[in-house]
Design a protein around this ligand. Structure first.
Ligand code: GDP
Ligand code: MG
Length: 293
């Protein structure tokens, strides 16, 4: 068999398990996963290379109605990653109302790119409901092969992979075989900090914060990392700091552990909270954080 390669864009509602699936397929934690919606703001590529094929996955921000400048940039990321896709992977949440599938089908069903529809989280539903879900998915995505999977329990992922590979063109690899992602360690570290903010804080706080790495110094025994956490209001800063700094201290501990696990190195982590009103609607600030207009 000659070598196959291509781009696969994962499309689904927030929380359908796109990042979990990508991580399961790649076997490494390259994109952050949390139970809250909209943790994935950027388009992130994950690259899976074997002797016979290379699949370049794009994990996209979940499909939402754009309300802020930030949301518009997120939706642009979704549409751009469709432009170079060889295969679209629609990811549906088996535990959710089926109207979600209809909505996605309405928006993307007519696109002339080979597609696969994966029903995720089948570990969390009653076996006897599965048939109806599969049937409804097939009706919404008539051109798609429908496969039931569990990204979390790693069920049926081999079937999914084989289906993807069957749809890829024969062509050489785009990336070298040890590339796992197009994102830098710096970017992933800022995402790991953001993941901990999502876990520790609630309501609008996670959505009003952004993380920027300001300093990265590799020393012999330790890597020193300083990051700014940007919020929109003084009141949010106060919540992030907590009583006598207890909240930011806890955040620093959790984030450090997670970064050390990722970098497989001891790190020092310094976090500073800064207020920048309206960064989510500011073109300059969005550009600063690497979002495109
Ligand atoms: P994304 O927004 O589409 O990227 O979704 P995430 O990958 O961040 O996952 C959202 C939530 O769904 C997390 O709490 C995951 O643990 C959970 N999840 C993802 N896949 C599965 C699955 O196959 N089964 C179950 N039960 N939960 C899952
Ligand atoms: Mg995600």
């Amino acid at each position: 068999m000659s070598f196959k390669s291509g781009f696969v864009t994962i499309i689904g509602k927030p929380n359908s398990g796109k990042s979990t699936l990508l991580n399961a397929l790649l076997g490494e934690k390259i994109t952050i996963i949390t139970p809250k919606a909209q943790t994935t703001r950027h388009r992130i590529k994950g690259i899976l290379t074997t002797k016979n094929y290379q699949i370049v996955f794009s994990d996209t921000p979940g499909i939402i109605d754009p309300k802020y400048g930030l949301h518009k940039s997120m939706m642009k990321a979704v549409n751009e990653s469709l432009e170079d896709a060889d295969v679209i992977l629609f990811l549906l949440d088996a535990t959710k109302d089926l109207s979600e599938a209809e909505e996605i089908a309405k928006q993307y069903g007519e696109i002339n790119i080979p597609s696969i529809t994966a029903i995720n989280k089948t570990d969390a539903i009653d076996e006897k409901n599965l048939a109806a879900i599969l049937e409804s998915a097939q009706k919404n995505f008539p051109k798609s092969k429908v496969i039931s999977i569990s990204a979390l329990k790693k069920l049926n992922l081999d079937v999914l992979l084989n289906e993807i590979i069957s749809k890829l063109p024969e062509q050489p690899a785009f990336f070298s075989e040890d590339d796992l992602t197009d994102r830098s360690e710096r970017f992933i570290v800022s995402e790991l900090i953001r993941e901990k903010i999502f876990e520790q804080f609630h309501q609008e706080i996670p959505y009003s914060t952004e993380v920027a790495i300001q300093e990265w110094k590799e020393e012999k025994e330790i890597t020193k990392i300083r990051a700014d956490i940007m919020v929109e209001r003084e009141s949010q800063k106060a919540i992030l700091l907590g009583n006598k700094g207890s909240a930011i201290k806890q955040l620093g501990i959790e984030a450090r552990k997670s970064i050390e696990e990722f970098l497989k190195k001891k790190i020092f982590l310094g976090l500073t909270v800064k207020v920048n009103a309206g960064w989510r609607n500011s073109d300059r600030m969005l550009k600063y954080f690497g979002y495109e207009k």
